[in-house]
Design a protein. Structure first.
Length: 356
């Protein structure tokens, strides 16, 4: 397999280390480690290497599945990667809904062939008919993020059920990265609850503010989950012991408090960004989660020029829409601390005004 450069990560690697303010961050502000009991005795591997049966059973219950359907991973990125490796063979075809996080298209594209189904503003609505038209007899997988990264579009239950029925009828699988799902005020059932041809991946990085815990998971039908386990033995062996302890607490007795606080924080910051965008006549779809995908201001050739010159003038990092395949937009993350967001918006406004 031959993977292309990960454009978003290369962009962040170039600009983030020297920036004053990071508004390309895609998660909720991180929780302090001091709120959790970190005493795990020794720092050996987690055995079994796909996570303890008790923790996997707790996650499985959320999906109406059993512990054998769950594999714990080192973050959602690994969950997605291992699923692709377990499911796809050379020459297999995948349909990927865009815009999306690059790895969800690049990894299956490195194994087989990918057809992109583009969603478009202002509503970023997904046409199930368009997915059907993109599928082939050799289609193995349909892939999307829900809620979307970068648009924040959250597809409803009716659309997801229709998509699942389509994929199941074609003997394919539906993989849904749901790492932002729990930031919705009223999350609808996860993809893996739709049936055996659906796969959910998720983790505690984005919705829970625990990116440093590095804990994610795959929920899949047992034969596929077993294949994911085989691949995991060749990658990270085991989820991190400290991270698994923190994640289990966050998904247990502390979950309601964490999610209520994070949802309120995201909503308040989203309103701040909406007011800012209105004041500069910029358009966006009001997102679920902590990412928005606004239009590039007048006076800038595209998102890359806007983001590059913003960094040079104001030391603020945004993500250009071109890394998601939409060069006339940029991604802004608003899950960070409010004082940092407000300072960043002030600098962005000042930079826009230099071109007006």
């Amino acid at each position: 397999m031959e993977l292309p450069p990960f454009e978003l990560e290369r962009w962040l690697d170039e600009y983030e280390p020297d920036a004053d303010l990071m508004l390309a961050e895609s998660g909720v502000r991180s929780l302090a480690s001091t709120r959790f009991d970190l005493d795990v005795d020794d720092l050996g591997y987690v055995i079994p290497t796909d996570g303890t049966p008790e923790f996997r059973a707790e996650i499985a219950e959320r999906y109406g599945r059993d512990a054998e359907n769950v594999v714990l991973t080192c973050g959602t990125q690994e969950a997605d990667f291992l699923t692709f490796m377990a499911l796809l063979d050379e020459g297999d075809h995948s349909v990927v809904v865009s815009p999306t996080y690059q790895s969800l298209a690049s990894v299956p594209g490195s194994v087989g062939d990918v057809t992109e189904v583009r969603t478009e503003p202002p509503e970023w609505e997904l046409s199930v008919d368009a997915v059907a038209e993109a599928m082939r007899p050799e289609t193995t997988l349909v892939v999307l993020t829900n809620p979307s990264n970068p648009t924040g579009k959250y597809l409803g239950e009716e659309t997801m059920r229709a998509l699942y029925d389509l994929v199941a009828d074609r003997d394919a699988y539906l993989l849904v990265d749901e790492v932002y799902r729990m930031l919705a005020d009223d999350p609808h059932p996860p993809a893996a609850a739709l049936g055996p041809r659906a796969i959910s991946t998720a983790g505690v990085s984005k919705s829970y503010g625990l990116a440093g815990a590095r804990v994610g998971w795959v929920v899949a039908d047992e034969p596929l989950a077993d294949d994911v386990r085989k691949w995991k033995d060749y990658t990270t062996i085991s989820p991190p012991k400290l991270g698994a302890r923190v994640a289990r607490r966050a998904l247990g007795e502390e979950e309601a408090e964490i999610l209520n606080a994070n949802r309120a924080h995201a909503k308040a910051n989203r309103e701040r960004v909406a007011d800012f965008l209105d004041s500069y006549d910029l358009d966006w779809f009001e997102p679920t989660g902590v990412n928005g995908f606004p239009t590039v201001p007048d006076g800038f050739e595209n998102g890359k020029e806007f983001c590059r010159t913003l960094f040079e003038a104001e030391s603020v990092v945004l993500a250009p829409g071109g890394v998601f395949g939409y060069p006339d937009r940029f991604r802004i993350g608003f899950g960070l601390h409010t004082d940092e967001l407000e300072a960043g918006l002030e600098r962005i406004g000042r930079h826009i005004e230099t071109r007006q």
